[in-house]
Ligand binder design. Sequence first.
Ligand SMILES: NC(=O)C1=CN([C@@H]2O[C@H](COP(=O)(O)OP(=O)(O)OC[C@H]3O[C@@H](n4cnc5c(N)ncnc54)[C@H](OP(=O)(O)O)[C@@H]3O)[C@@H](O)[C@H]2O)C=CC1
Ligand SMILES: O=C(O)C1=N[C@H](C(=O)O)C[C@H](O)C1
Length: 248
Amino acid sequence: MRYTLVGNGRMGQQVQSVIEASPEHEVHAVLDVDAAITAGSFAGSDVIIDFTVRDAFLANLPAMIDSGVPVVVGTTGWDDQVERISAQAREAGASLMYSANFSLGVNIFLRTVREAAKMIGSFDQFDIAFSEQHHTAKADFPSGTALCAAQMILDANPRKKTVLSALSEDRKIRPDELQVASIRLGSVFGQHAAHINSDFDDIVISHTARSRQGFASGAVEAGRWLATKHRSTPGFYTMDNFLDEVLG
Ligand SMILES: NC(=O)C1=CN([C@@H]2O[C@H](COP(=O)(O)OP(=O)(O)OC[C@H]3O[C@@H](n4cnc5c(N)ncnc54)[C@H](OP(=O)(O)O)[C@@H]3O)[C@@H](O)[C@H]2O)C=CC1
Ligand SMILES: O=C(O)C1=N[C@H](C(=O)O)C[C@H](O)C1
């Protein structure tokens, strides 16, 4: 499988080393910030993996779609555009897979949080909040993973209606607001936690990334899966679709 990588930062380099460690895969090209990207930039490639920044991803997307090569997007910070872009990909007969987090561990964690949020929804005594910690070079907040978890909690728990990502100095949080707190600290790879509280107990469900390798391995596996999917059923996919298929 020949991969073209868009972005050569922390994640681009980690994806490159995962691909180079596998006899089945090869890096076809790496397109960094200086590349003038057109549809032709992806010729000869089986999969594109994008780890850049919101604006670069949005600017390069038309060329990626026009190339007809399936695209795995790890870049976060564009959740407000997901509906428009998924429709655009479907209309073009392209394949695009987006996840704010390609780590298998994180996706298992997210499903656990969803189940917990659903269960506590039946009992008024429980409150829930979410937190994330990342390195100080991270551009977006809350993390894409935290936003994804927050949406799952809002969908699962009728007592939470909106996300509050920054507290106000002059008012209390409302019971129907879900606090999503962000900490930027040193070189933390990524830590996410759901915090549940009642008068009787505290439940904390958490995931801590031990390196960037889990994100990168997941993105490479997702690329292999998407390339196969693209041949039979092009479309817009997420890690949920991938996991549903793998888990049967
Ligand atoms: N889905 C997942 O599993 C994960 C997602 N992420 C997300 O991935 C993204 C990247 O993270 P990370 O690698 O840590 O960030 P980095 O800042 O280390 O890397 C981003 C890279 O993109 C480059 N870039 C900027 N504009 C363009 C462009 N137009 N064309 C090509 N390359 C460009 C930057 O170059 P320069 O620095 O020279 O501007 C930089 O090298 C973030 O949105 C992050 O949240 C991170 C980890 C896991
Ligand atoms: O920027 C990062 O580093 C990470 N970003 C992703 C996110 O925004 O959720 C995933 C991971 O936690 C690392």
